[in-house]
Design a protein around this ligand. Structure first.
Ligand code: MRU
Length: 353
C-alpha cells in the first residue's frame, strides 16, 4: 500500500473493544500498511503487547485491561471464586509481558479491583468490560486535558523536539507528548517538530513522523546521532517526550536515548518537558528498583529483516533509560504541571485529584 493512501480519521483508536473482541492497529506494519488485528483470546493480547503490535505505556495499560475483560469472557468458572482465579492467572501472564511501563499494572489492578468487588459471575464479566471501555474513553479525555495544560509552555514558531512515539499510537488516541504538540497548534500557535528516528526499532520514524505528517505538521526526521547537532545549531527551542514510568522523586523512565536528549538539552539551555498521565506515576517504587526491559539483540543487529551487523556479535539492548529530575524542566499531567522539587509537586498533583 502506498503510504499516502493511508487515511486516519480522528475517530480512529489504537486499541478498542468491538463486539466482545479487542481490535488493534498492528503497529509493526506502520508506516507501510494500516492493518487491524482482532483478538478473542487474552493470550493473543499478551502476545501483541510482547511483540509490540501495541506499544506505548497508556496503550498497553488499556490493552491489558481489555485482555482481562477477554479472560473474563473465556472463563468457564461457575462461581465468583473460580472466575477470580482465572482472572488472576490471566493477570499474571499479561503482567509479565513488559516490565517497565507502570500503566500495564495500573490497568490490570483497576480491573481486578472491579472484579473483586463484583457479586456474581455474570455481573463481574459485564462490569469488567464496562470498566475497560471506560478506561479507553478516559484515556482520550486525559490526553486532551494534558495537552491543554502543556500548550501554555510553547510559543508561536517554536521548533519542538520529541523522541520515540508518545502520540495517538502510544495511547488510545491524541497522545501525551504529541497531544501537547497537537493542543499547542489547536490553541492557534504555529509549531514545527523535530522527531528523532529512535533506533533500534524506530518508533520515531515509523510512528511519530508518520502521525505528524499525516496531520499536516511541519516535521523533520533526524537520526538519533543528530540531537547534539540540532541543539548546538539552534534548530530546537524546546523538547517534549512521554514517559513509561515516573517515580515520586521525579526520575523519568522513557525510551532508550531520552537521557541523552535531556542531557544535551541541559547543555544548551533548552527546556526539557515530560508529558504523562497520573497513571504513569508510580508513588511506590524507588528509582533504583525499576526494571529496565532488555530486548533481543536482533533489533540492533538489523533493521527490519535486513542484517546490519556481523553474525554472533554481542549486543546490549535496553529498551528504556532513566532521566534524573535535575534535567527536567517540568512534568505535564492532566492535573497540572509539576515543577522541581518533584517530590513535593507530584504529591500535590495527587492531592488535587
Ligand atoms: O517500547 P515502547 O514503544 O512501548 O516505548 C514507548 C515509549 O517509551 C514512549 O516514548 C513513551 O513516551 C511512553 S508512551 C506515551
Amino acid at each position: 500500500m502506498d503510504e499516502s493512501q493511508i487515511k486516519i480519521d480522528s475517530s480512529l483508536r489504537t486499541v478498542e473493544w468491538k463486539e466482545n473482541k479487542v481490535v488493534m492497529i498492528d503497529q509493526t506494519k506502520l508506516p507501510n500498511e494500516l492493518t487491524f488485528v482482532e483478538y478473542n483470546d487474552y493470550l493473543q493480547v499478551a502476545n501483541a503487547i510482547k511483540t509490540l503490535i501495541v506499544r506505548g505505556a497508556p496503550a498497553i495499560g488499556v490493552s491489558g485491561a481489555f485482555g482481562l475483560a477477554l479472560a473474563g469472557l473465556q472463563s468457564t468458572g461457575t462461581t465468583k471464586e473460580e472466575l477470580i482465579s482465572d482472572l488472576d492467572k490471566a493477570k499474571k501472564i499479561l503482567y509479565e509481558t513488559r516490565p517497565t511501563a507502570v500503566n500495564l499494572v495500573w490497568g490490570l489492578d483497576k480491573i481486578m479491583k472491579v472484579a473483586n468487588a463484583g457479586t456474581s459471575v455474570d455481573q463481574i464479566k459485564e462490569s469488567i468490560i464496562f470498566e475497560a471501555k471506560k478506561m479507553a474513553d478516559q484515556d482520550i479525555e486525559i490526553n486532551k486535558a494534558m495537552g491543554k495544560n502543556g500548550s501554555v509552555l510553547f510559543d508561536n514558531n517554536d521548533t519542538i523536539m520529541t523522541h520515540c512515539n508518545a502520540g495517538g499510537l502510544a495511547t488510545v488516541a491524541y497522545g501525551t507528548a504529541l497531544g501537547v504538540i497537537r493542543a499547542t497548534r489547536e490553541s492557534g500557535k504555529n509549531v514545527k517538530v523535530i522527531a528523532t528516528e529512535t533506533r533500534p526499532i524506530q518508533q520515531g520514524s515509523r510512528l511519530t513522523a508518520f502521525e505528524l505528517k499525516h496531520d499536516g505538521f511541519d516535521v523533520s526526521l533526524i537520526p538519533d546521532t543528530a540531537v547534539g547537532y540540532s541543539m548546538a545549531n539552534g534548530l530546537v527551542n524546546k523538547v517534549v517526550v512521554g514517559a513509561d514510568r515516573i517515580v515520586r522523586t521525579g526520575h523519568v523512565f522513557n525510551k532508550i536515548g531520552t537521557y541523552q536528549v535531556a542531557t544535551m538539552a541541559k547543555q544548551h539551555d533548552i527546556p526539557f518537558y515530560v508529558a504523562a498521565p497520573l497513571s504513569t506515576i508510580d508513588m511506590k517504587t524507588n528509582a533504583e528498583d525499576v526494571i529496565i526491559e532488555m530486548r533481543k539483540g536482533s533489533e540492533v543487529t538489523g533493521i527490519g529483516d535486513k542484517k546490519t551487523a556481523p553474525d554472533d556479535i554481542g549486543v546490549i539492548n535496553p529498551a528504556f533509560d532513566m532521566t534524573p529530575p535535575e534535567l527536567i524542566t517540568g512534568i505535564i499531567t492532566e492535573k497540572g504541571i509539576a515543577r522541581p522539587p518533584y517530590e513535593e509537586s507530584i504529591k500535590k498533583l495527587f492531592e488535587a485529584n
